[in-house]
Write a protein that binds this ligand. Structure first.
Ligand code: ATR
Length: 283
């Protein structure tokens, strides 16, 4: 049980839905293990209440927030400062409150880069297909383009895929509608497939963004959905002989980098990894 006192500092996550977040379990376990006087809470914030929630963060002197679906892009106008990377990406997943000055960061991008590094994946020259064009997709696309990958973005709403691709004026990024015909075409030549949509997330665990027969052994499939840990897409990718990476990796690294910004303490990665797995297998 956490002991809360007048000196305890508050962190949390805002999103909608928020019921299935694994971040509170991960951060609270690590705060406790390291003896840090912090607590991390989930807040369900509706789209139309986002501005008030951010004002509340300032008024209540909340030290830090993570930002998740659907607020990563919409939160930007409510902040005082933007870190350079978050500005380029146009999405924020971490806010730090320094005496009332709110600064937005993007640890999804740096977390994704760490997750790839850890798995020994080198994006340079690879053909990468990214599904989705929301905040998470923007962060992943940006990092992959910076590392020299050859990107195609597919989204249910094709206009958003085009907006996402327009971030990269200096390089060619294809933007297409997410449909079977386009999937057939792009997956035939792809090296890496990344699901950055919420398709397959609890409670819709029987859904998958890609039909089984389009998956192949020479593909690496990365699903950023982490609840369930093994999504239908990842199960079927495994069956097809593809290499798979779960959403745990990105969850872990983005969380570790946010933790360091709020506390100034180096994140104990292996402790965090064990806690997040424990939390998710319990839920
Ligand atoms: P995040 O910040 O995590 O990226 P987001 O900005 O709300 O969240 O983006 C969610 C992504 O999942 C979007 O690309 C969304 O597609 P649309 O732009 O068409 O809304 C995608 N998505 C959500 N539900 C989907 C579904 N049932 N089928 C296909 N794509 C879906």
């Amino acid at each position: 049980m956490l002991t809360i006192s007048g000196k305890t500092r508050y962190c949390g996550v805002i999103g909608d839905p928020i019921e299935h977040t694994a971040s509170p379990a991960m951060h609270n376990a690590v705060f406790k293990k390291l003896g840090l006087d912090y607590v991390y809470l989930p807040f369900r914030v509706k789209r139309e209440e986002l501005g008030k929630a951010i004002e509340g963060m300032r008024a209540l002197n909340i030290r830090g927030l993570n930002v998740t679906i659907p607020h990563k892009v919409a939160v930007i106008p409510f902040l005082d400062e933007l870190d350079g990377l978050a500005r380029k990406i146009g999405a924020v997943n971490t806010i730090v409150n320094d005496d009332g000055v709110l600064t937005g960061y993007n640890t999804d991008a740096t977390g994704f880069r760490q997750a790839l590094l850890e798995r020994g994946i080198e994006p340079m020259g690879k053909k990468v297909v990214i599904l989705g064009a929301g905040g998470a997709s923007r962060a992943i696309s940006f990092i992959l383009a910076e590392q020299g990958a050859n990107l195609t973005i597919l989204n249910r709403t094709p206009d958003k895929a085009r907006q996402c691709a327009s971030m990269f004026s200096q390089r060619e990024v294809r933007a297409l509608e997410l449909n079977r015909e386009n999937l057939v075409e792009v997956l035939e030549k792809a090296d890496i497939l990344i699901n950055a949509t919420s398709v397959g997330m609890t409670p819709n665990i029987d859904e998958t963004p890609v039909p089984f027969n389009l998956l192949k052994p020479d593909l690496t499939v990365f699903d950023i959905v982490y609840n369930p840990i093994k999504t239908r897409l990842l199960r079927e990718a495994e069956q097809a002989g593809a290499k798979t990476i779960t959403g745990l990796d990105m969850l872990l690294w983005q969380g570790a980098l946010a933790f360091e910004k709020w506390t100034g303490v180096k994140a104990p990665i292996e402790v965090m990894r064990a806690e997040v797995i424990k939390g998710l297998t319990r839920s």
